[in-house]
Ligand binder design. Structure first.
Ligand code: CP
Ligand code: NVA
Length: 304
């Protein structure tokens, strides 16, 4: 059974094919084409955390492809509380063709997938956000054409978004630099995973954001406090204070550099309003690409 629990569930070639198909679907969609590639197929969404982009782009994708979706919030499903995850997975996966999970723990994704009779997509966990990485890599390809040899600098927390994007960059030959304060960097286990999975990949960590962005093609950032970390917010605000993507930092990057953010953003914290809204920002078209990237993913998982 093919799943998308992390980006490492696909090979670099499969990743390239998913991105090519996403670009094709986007062009067709812009021409007004609405192929019913997933007619009468059903996506189950089980979300323990809030979402705008991921939920709506998945639901819209299924509707536009002729299928439908069923959304279960924490209150509806009670996965892991009302009944154990394996029971939930074995039952739900008999009703639908594919399941997307947004959960607190990556272990839940793994546990679900191990018992599921249909493909499982990680729609964000504590450790990974592979659907975000798919849309982001698509956005970079649109911007730069071939992305191999480019440099992406992630300024901020070495979190779920950073980890998935690092793996995606490693698979496509994009140098990934994480600029994070001590304590918020990738740990040795992740570095090992990266180098084992992407032997040709380049993963660097540079504590000084000014030095980090000197050769950046992309400056990427995300919130300093992710969902589920709210109790650490005050401490994180202090620790990340020097890691804001603002006009001064952007001025230290090459003039062609672009700014990306997975959203939602906290203006005045990890990114300033002027940079968010500025001419180098890709954040809004970046969000649009979630739709096309996930259509490609859904078609591949459901049809294969
Ligand atoms: N970027 C992202 O996944 O946004 P949502 O949390 O709104 O889905
Ligand atoms: N790192 C953020 C991403 C939100 C899309 C979080 O997990 O809350």
């Amino acid at each position: 059974m093919q799943h998308f629990r992390t980006l490492l569930d696909v090979t670099p070639d499969q990743l390239r094919q998913l991105l090519e198909e996403a670009a094709r679907l986007k062009v067709g969609w812009q021409r007004g084409e609405r192929p019913a590639l997933l007619a009468r197929r059903v996506l189950g969404l089980v979300f323990e955390k809030p979402s705008l982009r991921t939920r709506v782009s998945f639901e819209a994708a299924m509707a536009q492809l002729g299928g439908s979706s069923i959304f279960l919030s924490e209150a509806d499903g009670g996965m892991g509380r009302r009944e154990p995850v394996p029971d939930f997975a074995r039952v739900l996966s008999q009703y639908v063709d594919v399941v997307a999970l947004r959960v607190f723990s990556q272990k839940t994704v793994e546990e679900f997938a191990a018992c599921s009779s249909c493909p499982v997509i990680n729609a964000l966990s504590d450790l990974d956000h592979p659907c975000q990485a798919l849309g982001d890599l698509m956005t970079m390809q649109e911007q730069f054409g071939k992305v191999a040899g480019r440099t992406l600098v992630f300024v901020g927390d070495g979190n779920n978004v950073a980890r998935s994007l690092a793996l995606g960059c490693g698979m496509l030959g994009v140098r990934f630099i994480l600029s994070a304060p001590e304590g918020y960097r990738f740990d040795a286990a992740f570095e090992k995973l990266f180098h084992t999975s992407c032997p040709q990949g380049e993963l660097l960590q540079e504590g000084d954001p000014v030095r980090a962005v000197a050769k950046a093609d992309v400056l990427y950032t995300d919130v300093w406090t992710s969902m589920g970390q709210e109790a650490e917010r005050q401490e994180r605000l202090q620790r990340f204070a020097n890691y804001q993507v603002n006009a001064q930092l952007l001025a230290r990057a090459p003039a062609h550099a672009r700014v990306m953010h997975c959203l939602p953003a906290r203006r005045g914290e990890e990114i300033t309003a002027d940079v968010f809204e500025g001419p180098q920002s890709l954040v809004i078209p970046q969000a649009a690409n979630r739709l096309h990237a996930q259509k490609s993913l859904l078609c591949w998982l459901v049809q294969s």
